[in-house]
Structures are given as C-alpha cells and as structure tokens.
Unconditional design. Structure first.
Length: 133
C-alpha cells in the first residue's frame, strides 16, 4: 500500500515484535519511506484517526471480531474498514475452513457494531469487504 500510494502515511500494526521488525526491515530494504510499523492489535490500535483501516488475511484470527470492530470504528474518519480474506465460497484448502469468510458470516459479526453497511468488493478465491459507518 505504501509503495502504491507514496503520498499517504501508512502504519502497519501487528501484535508480534518479530513481525514488526521484519516488516520494518523489508520496507527499509525496498526504500519505502512513507510507512512505519508499530506493536498493536485490532483491540489496541495505535493512537490517532485513520482514513482507511485494512486487514489482510488476519480477520479470521481476531478473537473478538465484533468487539474489535467496535474499537476500530471510532478511529475511522469517513473511510471504510477493508477486510481481505479467503472466500468461504471458493475452492477450499483442506484444514483451513476457519481461515475463510463469507458475506453472511460477516453480516452476523457486524450486527451490534457501529458499522451499518457491508459491501463485497471482490469475489473469487479471495474476497474483499468494505465496512462503512
């Protein structure tokens, strides 16, 4: 994202010190200057307001998905929270059913959170959803 949008400040967040260090080293090696990496999680995001929040192949790991969405919603400006996951409706990888997501499941999770609209942006083996307040 930082490479594609060099005028945007990007913050990568992960609960693992190893992953934060690895990502920072990768960005440094690639010469990407508009990104920084911080320890945090969906329940403990870095301070500030964000234009967009994007989770890539991690939403299925969130222990309290609805609770995390409620924590993140007030941190969003007018932009969406984007979720990129493996589609539950695609060809399944044996043993990874828990690593998939579909719109029906996501709509159930979103109920009771500040998000009022769920859009499916992409379909196929991978799926992307946009959640709007």
């Amino acid at each position: 994202i930082a490479q594609r949008f060099p005028l945007v400040e990007v913050i990568g967040v992960d609960p693992s010190t190893f992953m934060v260090r690895h990502a920072a080293a990768s960005a440094n090696r690639l010469g990407v200057k508009n990104v920084r990496f911080e320890l945090g999680s969906s329940r403990r995001p870095p301070p500030g307001e964000f234009g967009v929040i994007y989770t890539v192949l991690s939403f299925h790991h969130w222990k309290d998905q609805a609770g995390s969405l409620s924590v993140l919603a007030p941190r969003l400006g007018a932009g969406p929270l984007l979720i990129f996951e493996i589609s539950r409706n695609s060809v399944h990888i044996p043993g990874f059913r828990s690593h998939t997501l579909d719109g029906t499941r996501l709509n159930e999770v979103v109920k009771g959170t500040p998000f009022r609209r769920v859009e499916t942006l992409g379909r196929g083996r991978l799926v992307e959803f946009a959640l709007w307040k």
